[in-house]
Design a protein around this ligand. Structure first.
Ligand code: UDP
Length: 353
């Protein structure tokens, strides 16, 4: 029986790093009963089609990508029909494919709800139909809203969703919890990412969205590379140590590892009654926007052209993780700090200039 893992959004930022992590580690050499086959479904809505080639060069392995929109149920079902043949077992789905920009979601909420929720519904239905036991969902710390309960633990209640994007994650989590009750043979891990940043240490893959990025780190590197004239710090009058917002930046490769550990955790705890487990993925350190900029300037030895600007709609003031649960249950230990994130992002940016 060939074991397979389906990764939706496998050409995206976190998806591509997770594909590499799985290809390099789910191997016979590493003690698994066989090399798992990794299958990506990505319609390149916000990713470049050259990513697969970069992954193959990096890992020296073949990756199959289906250029399919998960909102199209029939087309997605065709993939499952083909991959779940009598010689194969799809042991897990890691569902990344979704749009993730706070400001874009404020500008076009219908598109965000339509895309992020329809795709999730379809992939959930198919996971049940094809008896895929293990399902990992990309959630976000934005589900906590503007909380004062810091650091946030998985028990911190949902806050007011500050953007349509955040609301798609709250609804997505709730959809999975309700769905799990109707599909007892399945187990789910919801991973609440804090702020993914940085790039693979090889600089062969990194963040390369088609849409203009709205996240802090690519905006910093694009500005430093002269692709943008200047950047703005969105808000400098918040009640924080330097007036700018605080986030918990987490290296994308650390996040990728957590997905593999989450699948391992579900497989190992197959007999556990708990169907849905939630983990925060952050370093536990809050970093202000201005501190992030300073870290970048230090490792890149450049001076960034930035100005203090007004607040951005949809932003929370301050958030960072209590990551103890992921450390204890998954054995996950984030390896990289903010300077390593900035340096790897900068190396990647210079490569794709
Ligand atoms: N930010 C900024 N300037 C930019 C982009 C982002 O000051 O050009 C700030 C943003 O307001 C937030 C932090 O950087 O306080 C992280 O934003 P990002 O969009 O990366 O992630 P979010 O936490 O909003 O998902």
């Amino acid at each position: 029986m060939q074991k397979k893992i389906i990764i939706t959004g496998g050409c995206g930022y976190i998806g591509s790093h997770t594909v590499v992590e799985c290809l390099e580690n789910y191997t016979k050499e590493n003690g698994y009963e066989q090399d798992y086959e990794i299958i990506s479904i990505d319609n390149h809505l916000n990713s470049s089609s050259s990513v697969i080639e970069n992954i193959e060069n990096l890992t020296d392995k073949k990756v199959k990508n289906y250029d399919t929109d998960l909102c199209d149920y029939d087309k997605t079902k065709e993939i499952f029909e083909k991959e779940a043949d009598s010689n194969s077992e799809i042991i897990g789905i890691i569902h990344f494919a979704a749009l993730k920009s706070v400001p874009d979601s404020v500008a076009d909420p219908v598109f965000y709800y339509q895309n992020n929720l329809n795709s999730l519904l379809n992939i959930l239905k198919l996971s049940k139909e094809y008896t895929v036991k293990n399902f990992i969902f990309s959630s976000s710390c934005s589900v906590y809203g503007n909380t004062t309960d810091l650091p946030v633990s998985e028990n911190t209640a949902f806050g007011n969703a500050e953007s349509p994007y955040a609301y798609t994650k709250q609804v997505g989590e709730r959809m999975i919890i309700d769905f799990a009750k109707t599909s007892k043979h399945q187990k789910f891990v919801l991973l609440r990412y804090f702020n993914p940043a940085g790039a693979h240490i090889s600089a062969q893959i990194g963040e390369d969205p088609k849409n203009p990025p709205t996240s802090l780190v690519p905006i910093i590197t694009l500005t430093a590379a002269g692709k943008r004239d200047k950047m703005h710090v969105h808000g400098s009058d918040y009640a924080t140590r330097d007036g700018s917002c605080i986030r918990d930046y987490i290296h994308v490769s650390d996040i990728a590892i957590a997905h593999r550990l989450a699948i391992d955790y579900l497989v190992k705890n197959e007999d556990n009654d708990k169907q849905v487990e939630i983990f925060n993925l952050g370093t536990g350190n809050g970093v202000t926007v201005l501190e992030a900029i300073k870290a970048f300037e230090k490792v890149s030895n450049t001076t960034l052209n930035y100005e203090l600007g007004g607040r951005r709609e949809g932003d929370v003031v301050e958030i960072y993780a209590d990551n103890q649960k992921a450390k204890t249950l998954l054995g996950w230990i984030p390896k990289f700090g903010i300077e390593e994130m900035m340096l790897s992002a900068w190396k990647w940016q210079q490569k794709i200039l």
